[in-house]
Design a protein around this ligand. Sequence first.
Ligand SMILES: C[S@@+](CC[C@H](N)C(=O)[O-])C[C@H]1O[C@@H](n2cnc3c(N)ncnc32)[C@H](O)[C@@H]1O
Length: 379
Amino acid sequence: MRVSLETSLTGSTALAPEAVALMATYMPLHRLAGSDRLPERRELQHSQVLQEIFRQQIIEPREEMQLARDIPSLTDISDPVSRTVRDQYEQNPYPRWREIARLETRPIEAVLTGLFPYLRQTRVQWPRTPRVLVAGCGTGRQSITIAQRFANCTVKAVDLSLASLAYAKRKTLKTGLTNIDYAQGDILELRHIGERLDVIESTGVLHHLADPLAGWRVLRDLLAPGGFMKIGLYSETGRIPVVAARELIREKGFPATPDGMREARRAIGRLGPAHPPRRVLDRPDFYSMSTCRDLIFHVQEHRLDIPTIASWLSELKLDFLGFEPVSAAAARDYRERFPDDETMRRLENWDRFERDHQSTFAGMYMFWTRDPGQAVSPE
Ligand SMILES: C[S@@+](CC[C@H](N)C(=O)[O-])C[C@H]1O[C@@H](n2cnc3c(N)ncnc32)[C@H](O)[C@@H]1O
């Protein structure tokens, strides 16, 4: 079908709208030879749906290629694992999101005391113009959310993948936000950026490094005294179904190509209900190429447990402030079980809780920490 479409595109044979739409479900149309001409073809112009597909698959990728040229490079990328991970996200930026909710902009103090009310009882020097680093910003959903969330903040957003950064930049331009700077770089090399940050967020990233703690140490050293850090790390328990799916993919030898991913999805879909890999069918990420690659075909992932995180926090001299988000049901069950832990900050309790509620951190552990430049209130 590809060849026949490309032949029609270079000649004058009419194109069937259905054939073009069908092709678009298999590969992005900008990869077709002569794709520039598709949006202008008379026989396709009456279809609103096709025009929307052309915007998504031809016009926006073209814009991103332009934008990528102006994204500065902050560091070398020489670590072999960083290079392999970068290559994955150059092919499959994560995630290709469309819309995000607009958040109310509030002072950082209001946001963090809203999440952790006990912080109101502690002495904190709240930064008035928070400098934020998003380490591994992906396609910009996180950097845009933060830039809207904290009043008067400036955001530096760094990622290995230029394709992801270009997507992020395009989406940012649409929002009209002017307080985000994007740059390509490796977390492992960020030590030299010569800046201390009031807030650092790195969610869904450090577990893709060869040594997650090495990356976390670099970020830790960039945190200003009393600064806040949000981290997201995969949970070994939460990812049991994903591990089972990865194992099946390894056994069957499905490659991380569009065809390999389709085959893997079909194989998983055919399993009986009791098979652990089948539970990944509940994950929205299973259903698109980029997100499926990230979910079950990743070239490099670590999974952790709460005792390991607790020991790393202690080594890094960071105070644990609490998980965000935690579902309302999990928070209620936790409070019932550990009524003495009013601030919900005891990691040994959370470890016990997760053992009995294995999907609590199915996405990942997401939590806030703080440099104890100022003491956190006693429990
Ligand atoms: C799963 S995505 C998460 C993106 C974003 N944090 C989010 O939550 O939407 C992981 C991102 O981390 C980036 N990444 C992985 N290792 C990195 C490293 N060593 N330095 C910088 N970015 C890295 C990848 O390029 C990818 O865009």
